[in-house]
Ligand binder design. Structure first.
Ligand SMILES: [Zn+2]
Length: 79
């Protein structure tokens, strides 16, 4: 009776160990997908300078009359 319980416990432990082993692999694959999405969002955050055509981040770009400029010099050139 005790041997049967030990055998069942060993099987459960083996199955649990297998699940535990495969889980990190699944987490790694799911982690890769969100990593790709922010890079795509980063590309979307890039905008072209209306004067020189250089790509700059929207955060760093200067917005004037609905157009983005990479620097104040380009903004002056446009105006
Ligand atoms: Zn520019």
């Amino acid at each position: 009776m005790i041997l049967k319980i030990l055998l069942i416990a060993a099987v459960i432990a083996a199955v649990y160990f297998m699940f535990f082993k495969t889980k990190p692999a699944v987490q790694k694959s799911t982690k890769k997908e969100p990593k790709r999405k922010p890079t795509a969002a980063d590309v979307n955050d890039m905008t072209e300078c209306a004067t020189c055509g250089v790509y700059v981040e929207v955060k760093e770009a200067i917005l004037s009359n609905g157009k983005y400029y990479c620097s104040r010099e380009c903004l002056k050139k446009a105006n």
